[in-house]
Design a protein around this ligand. Structure first.
Ligand SMILES: CC(C)(COP(=O)(O)OP(=O)(O)OC[C@H]1O[C@@H](n2cnc3c(N)ncnc32)[C@H](O)[C@@H]1OP(=O)(O)O)[C@@H](O)C(=O)NCCC(=O)NCCS
Length: 176
C-alpha cells in the first residue's frame, strides 16, 4: 500500500515554490542495499550488521517500507510481529521461534536528517496500525531520547528494562 503526500518547500531566495512528492512504498529485495546504507547514515552509533537487517526483512517483508522524497530514498520502516517483553537485541538474527507472536514490534523507523520535519512517521502510521491490529499491542524501544516523539502517538513506557533504550508499548484495544 502506498501513502502519498505532497510537500511544498520554499527552495531559493527568489521564493520559487518547488513541489516535492513524498511517498511511503513497500521495500522490496532490490532496496536492501539502499536500506542497509540508510541505516548506517542514520545510525552511526547503533551499528547493526547487514546480515541481521536482511534476515529481519525476510522474516516479515510486509513490515518494511521505504520513504522517498522525489524518488530519493530518505528513510525506512522496519517492523514485524514479536514477543512482548522479549524485544530483539541490536544485531540479532531474529526468529519467530517462541510460538505465536504476542505483539507487533517497531524495530526502527528513521528518516535521514535532510528529510525530517515532514511528519513522515505520521504518514505511515495508519499502515503500521493496519499491520498491528491482529496483535492488539505495539512495542518498540525508544532510543536517543525519542520517548516524547512516541508518546505523541500514544506509547507509554512499560516496566520492561531494555538495554538500549526505553521499552514502550501501545495497547490498541483495551477491551480485547
Ligand atoms: C524520530 C523521527 C523518525 C521523526 O521523523 P518525522 O516523522 O519526520 O518527524 P518530524 O521531524 O516531522 O517531527 C514530527 C513531530 O515530532 C517531533 N520530533 C521529531 N523528532 C523528535 C525526537 N527525536 N524527539 C522528540 N520529538 C521529536 C517534532 O518536534 C514534531 O513535533 P510537533 O508535531 O509537535 O511539531 C526522525 O527524527 C528520525 O529519524 N530520527 C532519528 C532516528 C530515530 O531516532 N528514530 C526513532 C527510533 S526509536
Amino acid at each position: 500500500m502506498l501513502y502519498y503526500c505532497m510537500v511544498s518547500i520554499i527552495c531559493n531566495p527568489t521564493k520559487n515554490v518547488m513541489s516535492l512528492k513524498s511517498i511511503w512504498r513497500p521495500m522490496n529485495k532490490q532496496d536492501l542495499d539502499t536500506f542497509v546504507h540508510l541505516t548506517y547514515e542514520i545510525w552511526p552509533n547503533h551499528w547493526e550488521s547487514p546480515k541481521s537487517l536482511i534476515a529481519r526483512y525476510h522474516l516479515y517483508p510486509n513490515g518494511f517500507q521505504i520513504y522517498e522524497i522525489d524518488n530519493m530514498p530518505s528513510g525506512y520502516l522496519m517492523s514485524h510481529p514479536g514477543y512482548l517483553n522479549c524485544p530483539p537485541e541490536l544485531n540479532e538474527t531474529y526468529a519467530l521461534d517462541k510460538g505465536k507472536p504476542t505483539c507487533y514490534h517497531i524495530h526502527d523507523a528513521a528518516i535521514v536528517k535532510t528529510a525530517r520535519g515532514n511528519n513522515a512517521i505520521k504518514q505511515v502510521w495508519p499502515y503500521i496500525l493496519e499491520l498491528a491490529t491482529a496483535y492488539n499491542i505495539i512495542s518498540l524501544i525508544a532510543v536517543d531520547n525519542t520517548e516524547s516523539f512516541w508518546s505523541k502517538l500514544g506509547f507509554i513506557p512499560s516496566n520492561f528494562q531494555a538495554n538500549y533504550g526505553t521499552h514502550m508499548i501501545l495497547k490498541l484495544n483495551k477491551n480485547k
